[in-house]
Design a protein around this ligand. Structure first.
Ligand code: CUA
Length: 353
């Protein structure tokens, strides 16, 4: 009976564990499924340290078990104090040298990787893209240096080449975390520019989070990185440069929405190439995977966001009730047809469970 219970208990424990842990590995948002150069390097380091830890654990447990069984006091043994070995030179040397060797095995690739990830030797080469990244409460802005284009919330990059990031924050500390392509980098307010690079192997939409507690909506400060082929990226730059913020939408409702938007919203937002404002650039809004980084892209959600943004992202800087319900619907009609490029539309994204 006990044996059966024991088996059932461990089955239950491992089953629950497997169930919980399987929730951690979302495609395109997982350090354990690397799809870029840096994330692969970082996973290798994790695997080396895990291997060393398992090695140490197994050896220590084996010695422990052996000593426990071999030297335990038996029934007829007399009470004796074992031979004391403190100050034994050979033992001291052994258990000092082995950890040093293990740490060296870990340190060499770690230092190598650290220098590799900080390498910026090709940044000034011809055709190499640098993006200025700015973290804001609670959205991200991307300015493509020298390209005269910019985007918010979704960063477009070409696959198969390094894209350098120059990163800062406009208000408080944020942290840019893109686990499946690269690692994590803090963005700081002020003059300090932190840097990293991205190199995506496959086309796709990769999910990122802010990982520095930056206010009440910190956990909602999501972004995407859309990796497209190099040809598509050239096309995207062309399309983005040609955005005409004054282009007339097709439906009357969207036309009225555009008018209201230009009067009420343009002091903070931008469409087309413009310097970063107080609010996100909304070029290509219709192609975004999420509204405000978090909401499913439906008209209903957008209207709700426009009329009461604080309900969805507490503490964000967009004012509520700037327009009435009717105007919000028209603005939604306008924004949901802002579709200035086809690039990245069919890039594979993570499956939602
Ligand atoms: Cu920005 Cu947390």
């Amino acid at each position: 009976m006990r044996g059966w219970m024991g088996k059932f208990r461990s089955l239950f424990l491992f089953g629950t564990l497997a169930l919980i842990l399987s929730g951690c590995g979302k495609d395109n948002l997982s350090a354990l499924k690397p799809k870029g150069y840096s994330s692969e390097l970082i996973l290798d380091l994790m695997l080396i340290s895990i291997a060393i830890m398992i090695f140490v654990f197994v050896i220590v447990m084996a010695i422990y078990a052996f000593v426990l069984v071999r030297y335990r006091q038996k029934k007829d043994d007399e009470d004796i104090i074992p031979k004391q070995v403190e100050g034994n030179k050979a033992l001291e040397v052994i258990w000092t040298v082995i950890p040093i060797i293990l740490l060296l095995v870990l340190a060499v690739p770690t230092v190598q990787a650290t220098f590799d990830l900080a390498d910026r030797s090709t940044q000034d080469d011809d055709g190499v893209l640098t993006v200025e990244v700015t973290g804001n409460q609670y959205w991200w802005h991307f300015n493509y240096k020298g390209e005269e284009i910019s985007s918010s919330q979704e960063l477009y990059i070409p696959t198969g080449e390094r894209v350098y990031l120059d990163m800062k924050a406009s208000d408080v500390l944020h942290s840019f975390w893109l686990p499946s392509i690269a690692g994590k980098m803090d963005t700081l307010p002020g003059e300090n520019i932190n840097t990293m690079y991205l190199e995506a192997y496959e086309e796709g939409v990769y999910w990122g989070h802010c990982t520095e507690l930056c206010g009440p909506s910190h956990s909602l400060m999501d972004f995407r990185v859309v990796a497209v082929s190099q040809d598509e990226f050239e096309q995207l730059k062309e399309d983005f440069r040609n955005i005409d913020p004054e282009a007339k939408p097709e439906t009357d409702s969207a036309v009225r929405g555009q008018e209201t938007f230009n009067n009420q919203c343009m002091s903070c937002h931008a469409i087309g190439n413009a310097p970063m404002g107080v609010g996100p650039n909304l070029s290509n809004f219709a192609n975004r995977e999420r509204i405000a980084g978090i909401l499913e892209p439906t008209k209903e959600n957008l209207v709700s966001w426009i009329t009461n943004p604080d309900e969805h992202k507490p503490g964000n800087k967009m004012p509520a009730n700037l327009v009435d319900e009717q105007q919000a619907e028209e603005i939604a009609d306008y924004l949901l047809q802002l579709d200035h490029t086809d690039v990245g539309e069919d890039a594979p994204t993570q499956s939602e469970e």
